[in-house]
Ligand binder design. Structure first.
Ligand code: DAH
Length: 339
């Protein structure tokens, strides 16, 4: 009898099930009608009375140990594998690919770093705006054709609520809330009702700059833009300003940088002019200062605004605007080595 008990104990020592079926089979082989422990209990009646106490104790311990082992196996098996019946240890670990920064974020970060050196801080505003912040406070008269320069998305046919068409609206919000002097750059998404093509998109990104203080001049604007262009495109870069029109600046200009690809000699990228247009700028119109509660006899300022897609296009040679928004992993992977 003792030998049989010992043999069962050894079997318990070796028991390591790999699924629920094996646990159940083991239970039947021990405690079922024809199980080994059931047999031991049946044969107990033949044990001589002098051994009954000892053998009885051994069988009880064995039975309790078996029950405990079965229960514990069920619990630990459940914890390891809640769903599947078996664990496939040879299964390959799915590895997580490292991402890359989006070219628009790369350019944005670079602009932040450059303008931070000049003491500019960051200012942001909402994408859903009202007519005042996008147009009226920037000297776009009602019904004026200048509003047609930017085809607007209106929200629910309410002509007062719209998606901002430019980040110049953040200039207004900054003038409303910040104390003078103001020196900010304002990045953000803008929206225009345009057909999507390689050269135009209904969503794009701009960065706006605004500096208002006593005695700010056009020379300050020009020097700031020259510094910025050389930091961004390299020390040999030249700039030129061409007269232009924006309702909120007077005088207004458009700035070109010398084409980096051909060194100003003329190529297909710069359409054989040697120059690439990158931003609009000007001195903040005194009317805009007054509309925003700033005394234009004491203060003056400059502003500029540029499209990030255009800059990323020139820096990285991206030829199709749609690529920025499609999240095609093959396009994004190109920027893996840029920080
Ligand atoms: N808001 C203009 C646009 O979207 C860009 C611009 C031009 C911004 C001149 C300015 C500026 O701040 O001074 O086309």
């Amino acid at each position: 009898m003792k030998k049989r008990i010992e043999a069962v104990n050894k079997e318990l020592d070796c028991f390591s099930p790999s699924n629920n079926d094996e646990i159940e089979q083991f239970r039947i082989s021990m405690l079922g009608k024809k199980g080994q422990i059931t047999a031991l209990l049946n044969d107990f009646r033949d044990v001589p009375p002098s051994d009954k106490k000892e053998i009885g104790q051994l069988i009880n311990i064995l039975k309790n140990r078996t029950i405990e082992l079965i229960e514990n196996s069920k619990i630990s098996y459940k914890n390891i594998s809640p769903k599947s019946e078996s664990i496939d240890l040879s299964l390959q670990q799915e590895f997580i690919e490292l991402g890359s920064r989006h070219p628009i974020s790369l350019v944005k970060n670079e602009l932040f770093t450059i303008f931070q050196k000049l003491g500019f801080s960051l200012s942001e505003g909402p994408e859903i705006e009202d007519d005042w912040h996008v147009f009226s406070a920037l000297n776009f008269p009602k019904e004026h054709p200048a509003r047609d320069m930017q085809d607007t998305f209106f929200i629910e046919k309410n002509p007062d609520i719209l998606l901002r068409t430019h980040t110049s609206s953040v200039q207004v919000r900054t003038m409303e809330t910040q104390k003078l002097p103001i020196r900010v750059i304002c990045p953000g998404r803008v929206f225009r009702n345009e057909a999507i093509s390689a050269r135009a998109h209904c969503i794009f990104h701009q960065v706006e700059g605004l500096y208002i203080d006593k005695g700010v001049s056009f020379a300050d604007l020009k020097q700031t833009l020259l510094f910025f262009s050389r930091e961004l495109f390299g020390p040999d870069t030249n700039i030129r300003l061409r007269p232009s029109f924006f309702p909120f600046t007077e005088p207004s200009a458009e700035m070109d940088v010398s084409c980096k690809l051909c060194g100003g000699k003329g190529c297909s990228v710069c359409k054989h002019t040697g120059w690439l247009e990158i931003l609009g700028c000007g001195m903040v119109d005194p009317t805009v200062l007054e509309l925003n509660g700033i005394d234009s006899k004491v203060y003056s300022g400059y502003a500029f605004g540029m499209g990030l897609e255009r800059i990323a296009m020139l820096k990285y040679g991206v030829k199709d605007l749609r690529l920025y928004f499609e999240n095609d992993i093959r396009f994004l992977n190109i920027f893996k080595n840029y920080l």
